[in-house]
Ligand binder design. Sequence first.
Ligand SMILES: Nc1ncnc2c1ncn2[C@@H]1O[C@H](COP(=O)(O)OP(=O)(O)OP(=O)(O)O)[C@@H](O)[C@H]1O
Length: 265
Amino acid sequence: MIQVKLVSKSYDSSHVIQNISFHVKKGESFGIIGPNGSGKSTLLKLCSGIEKAEGGTIQFANKEIHTYSRKHLAKWVAVLQQEALPPVGFSVREVVEMGRYPYQNWMGTEEKDPEHLIVDILEKLEIKALQNRSLEQLSGGERQRVALGKVMAQQPQILMLDEPTTYLDIGHQLQMMEYIREWQQQIGLTVISVLHDLNLAAMYCDRLLLLHEGRLVKVGTAAEIINQELISQVYGTEPTIISHPQLKVPQILLNSDRVPTTVNE
Ligand SMILES: Nc1ncnc2c1ncn2[C@@H]1O[C@H](COP(=O)(O)OP(=O)(O)OP(=O)(O)O)[C@@H](O)[C@H]1O
């Protein structure tokens, strides 16, 4: 579905992404992980066509992404970024409807009325009761669901997510990942996510790509990537890694040099 071959990118003569190659299969959930500044967001921007690579090629369905028109590309790929919503003034419904822009003509209308789709999305994400509320009157978790509603309305083949769970509490993190997984399973959506939380990445991604200083360290399943050797080499910390008792995927416990103190009653 997505083929990335020998892709590179520099900013101000600093090599941020260097000769990276990988592929993502249709319907796969693919995670990009790595420390701060390793180039995760840049790689995602290259894959979505927001930024142009200096070297190498990126193809969707065997076609170079820069040969797609902007509207055609938007039918292929939707990107959910942190703080991607318009700042003020728009209602929840208006924002979700904005996702329909690739299907609209110059007057902002489309051949088939999208009303059913919009109502379905509002109901699925449990934001129908909020539909007339302005964005600034929402909590962080509600705003993130609206942002997801907007990309759902775009009906893409590929969803790219840059840190979809930042600012969310653990309950809302799980809820967000479950909404995405349900959508993925329903229509065979391909998902590429940049995730800082390695535990969520292990729980929700079929394969992970580990980046370090702009270079690809390894691509593999969570079990192949999240191990003592690679994590300490790339993150410079030595966590304890255990197997999730229910899901059997690796989970990380952070260690500290601090001596535990006991509290006397
Ligand atoms: N538009 C830009 N202009 C100049 N440098 C940039 C630009 N975007 C990113 N960089 C630099 O590229 C490097 C990689 O940044 P990027 O945001 O891709 O990393 P990241 O792994 O997503 O980081 P984080 O986990 O902290 O979000 C950083 O050193 C950053 O300063």
